[in-house]
Design a protein around this ligand. Structure first.
Ligand code: ADP
Ligand code: MG
Length: 728
């Protein structure tokens, strides 16, 4: 019988790129073709309704049902013209993906037939069955019911025959059951706090928005090879597999041409993303073989999060059309780079000021410094929480490895900005004024051309780096919903800005001149947040020591890191910023621990099965072959048998050592699982899975990977790394 592995490898090699038609129109013409954006609102809604809806979107005005009815009518008209027959509320439950429930645009006509209907009520609110989504106990304490409510700030769009309506998902008692509801509250908090602080500098600012530009990394693996790897199929990563003799050491993939089948996939993805209003800009190979990246132009944070969720599902679906599977797992392959999702974040005002950019004139320098310092304050105060926001059972494999941000949150500012902060810290206000030599305060910030910052003054090991006009949060995992990180970051910065303003105002009330008051508080904060500033190598062991001394959070165990969500400082911050209440945080942590446990549990089961019914049988079969050979040699050449058989006997012994280790430890792993499963407390159970179950995955794997090198290639059933990573 032919080995399945050889069949799928042969099939994979034969595949050709799927033809992708280039649209007749230009990208600017088909951009947002499937989105009910402002232009379509204008066209399909009566004038007064259009105005009211803009007011809802831009100023958060209340949306009443009579307006919603008219909006729904216009939307339905557009959607039907585009061929849509169904609609769905699209939401982001606390699992990883998105969820939807499709309803057709039909209602009884009460004459025995149906008519196409879509009411404002259906647009505004629906009731998916909340009990089938994780709620961390909220559903049992309260009620099984939850509802999804339209988020007008993110436009509806069409996929296939369905009108997709972005929604928040909340319980009937008001607790958030998703990522979007608290994110929107965090964005409102940072808007309020930043707008207030802006007024020191620019009284005409009315609104501040958070921006997010994500960079999505992913792997593509041929679909047939993928199907022959139960571990990839069931857990999203390879649980075994020896390094390929050639890996990423030549660094030839990063700069190499994009392979044809991949290029076709990327082209298809880009066209579809643009049609859905996602402003894709860059695409390229990444460091690891078969690893790629896609990044759009940054957008308002809430919309950018939706677009990232949308693109991840688009990628998964489109990959299959091209005979691939798209791996969004943070660490699908051991020994080569994992995937992250850099989140580029900044604040900007309604009148076009980028608050994290140095600005062109001297006056904007103080504003810039204020926003940088208060961002650092938020990150410093909640560094452990920010780590909790990005750590998961899958992302933990990536953090701390020498390729991704370390498991300690620090911030890199670059030489110029650091020097300015040092100067402010160490000079009095009059000294600073004297330095500028003029009446007004000039902070002497050298103009930082963005290119310069991007290319030379760049520290790739920093989890939170300043990159010229924004901060880049690099610790976020590739398959994560960025909202988890963004809601913490925006809330933390909102809290810092609020506290900054309170203290500055107190000084002003006591008669201190405004600039002087601002500088006094900045000086205080520059000193306070100093421990989080780190310009050195984040991968080094010295940094781990140093960070501990500085009091930064150095915990590495994922389930223990989740405790940071329940710290007093966290609860105070979220409650004060009106983002989440204590019991919502408690409920969400229950889900986090439960999810962690389930992930490791599934991995351990799949791994144990594969070890016992793929690896052991293959290894023993090969070993029998060798034993057979030993006997035959002894018969054929009795005189020289001992010498001739020495090597084979050596291998036979090695195989036995590996297989008995595997068999014994798979059993131990099962026992460890049983012990953990008896524990009722979700946190304690997750810790047991982390401490006592997960380590077996590594220790057993070592022996499996050794066997892969020993056993005859033709007998090995699972596609090897060299096949998974280099065929495309
Ligand atoms: P890198 O060099 O880190 O790979 P990329 O050019 O791939 O950078 O991605 C940079 C991302 O940062 C893009 O999504 C871009 O739109 C985004 N970005 C640029 N300026 C800002 C800003 N001021 N605020 C937020 N995001 C930004
Ligand atoms: Mg980047």
């Amino acid at each position: 019988m032919a080995n399945l592995r050889f069949i799928v490898v042969e099939e994979a090699f034969k595949k050709k790129a799927v033809e992708v038609e280039t649209p007749a129109e230009r990208p600017s013409e088909y951009f947002a073709k499937y989105v009910f954006n402002q232009e379509k609102m204008f066209k399909y809604l009566p004038k007064d309704i259009y105005k009211k809806l803009r007011d809802v979107i831009e100023n958060g005005a209340y949306l009443d049902l009579s307006v919603a009815d008219k909006v729904a009518e216009g939307m339905k008209k557009w959607a039907t013209e585009m061929g849509a027959t169904h609609c769905t509320h699209w939401f982001q439950p606390l699992t990883e993906g998105t969820a939807e429930k499709h309803d057709a645009f039909i209602e009884h006509d009460w004459k025995g037939g149906v008519i196409e209907e879509f009411s404002g009520k259906e647009l505004v609110q629906q009731e998916p069955d909340a009990s089938s989504f994780p709620s961390g106990g909220i559903r049992s304490t309260f009620e099984a019911r939850g509802y999804s409510a339209w988020d007008p700030s993110s436009p509806v769009f069409i996929i296939g025959d369905t009108l997709m309506i972005p929604t928040v998902f909340i319980s009937y008692t008001g607790e958030a059951l998703d990522y979007k509801a608290p994110l929107k509250k965090a964005l409102a908090a940072v808007d309020k706090a930043a707008t207030d602080v802006c007024h020191y500098f620019n009284p005409d600012v009315r609104k501040v928005q958070a921006n997010l530009g994500w960079e999505q990394e992913y792997f593509l693996v041929d679909e047939d090879l993928y199907a022959a790897r139960p571990d990839l199929l069931l857990t999203g990563r390879t649980l075994m597999g020896h390094d390929s003799a050639k890996n990423q050491q030549m660094e030839d993939h990063y700069f190499g041409a994009i392979p044809e089948r991949v290029a076709a996939f990327m082209k298809d993805l880009e066209i579809q993303a643009l049609q859905l209003g996602i402003p894709c800009k860059t695409r390229h190979n990444e460091v690891a073989p078969n690893q790629f990246e896609l990044a759009p132009i940054f957008e308002e944070c809430n919309l950018a999060v939706d677009h990232n969720m949308l693109i991840m599902s688009l990628m998964r679906n489109l990959a299959r059309k091209h005979g691939f599977r798209c791996l969004l797992h943070e660490k699908p392959f051991k020994g080569i780079n994992g995937s992250g999702k850099h989140c580029n974040w900044s604040l900007s005002t309604d009148n076009g000021i980028l608050l994290h950019a140095p600005g062109k004139d001297a006056a904007s320098a103080l504003r810039f410094i204020t926003f940088v310092v208060e961002t650092l304050m938020g990150v410093y105060k909640h560094n452990g929480l920010l780590k909790a926001a990005i750590i998961t059972a899958s992302n933990q494999h990536r953090l701390g490895a020498n390729e991704a941000p370390p498991a300690i949150i620090s911030s890199f500012l670059g030489k110029q900005v650091s020097e300015v902060l040092d100067k402010i810290e160490n000079s009095t206000t009059s000294e600073l004024q004297a330095l500028s030599g003029k009446h007004e305060l000039k902070l002497d910030i050298p103009q930082i051309p963005e290119l310069h910052v991007d290319n030379t003054d760049r520290n790739r090991t920093s989890p939170f780096a300043f990159t010229g006009n924004r901060f880049e949060f690099r610790a976020v995992g590739s398959q994560a919903n960025c909202a988890a990180a963004m809601l913490v970051l925006n809330s933390a910065v909102a809290e810092a800005l609020t506290s900054f303003k309170e203290r500055v105002d107190a000084l002003i009330a006591n008669g201190t001149e405004q600039t002087n008051a601002i500088l006094t508080i900045l000086r205080e904060d520059i000193k306070a947040c100093k421990p989080v500033r780190f310009e050195g190598n984040g991968y080094s062991d010295e940094w781990k020591e140093e960070a501990k001394k500085r009091g930064l959070d150095c915990e590495t165990s994922c389930p223990v890191i989740y405790d940071r969500y329940l710290d007093k400082s966290t609860i105070d911050m979220f409650e004060k910023m009106n983002v989440m209440k204590k019991y919502e945080l408690e409920a969400r942590n229950e889900i986090k621990w439960e999810t962690f446990t389930k992930k490791i549990q599934i991995e351990a089961r799949v791994f144990g099965d594969l070890a016992m019914n793929h690896i052991i049988p293959v290894a023993t079969r090969y070993q029998s072959m060798l034993i057979d050979n030993v006997h035959k040699l002894a018969e054929a050449l009795p005189q020289e048998a001992e010498m001739l058989n020495a090597d084979n006997i050596n291998i036979i012994r090695k195989i036995s050592r590996h297989t008995s280790f595997i068999i014994e430890n798979v059993q131990k792993m099962i026992e460890a699982r049983k012990v953990a499963n008896k524990v009722g407390d979700t946190r304690q159970k997750a810790i047991l899975y982390h401490d006592n179950v997960a380590p077996f995955l590594d220790s057993i794997r070592y022996h499996i990977d050794k066997l892969e090198l020993i056993v005859e290639d033709e007998m090995w059933t699972l596609p090897k790394y060299r096949e998974l990573l280099f065929i495309r």
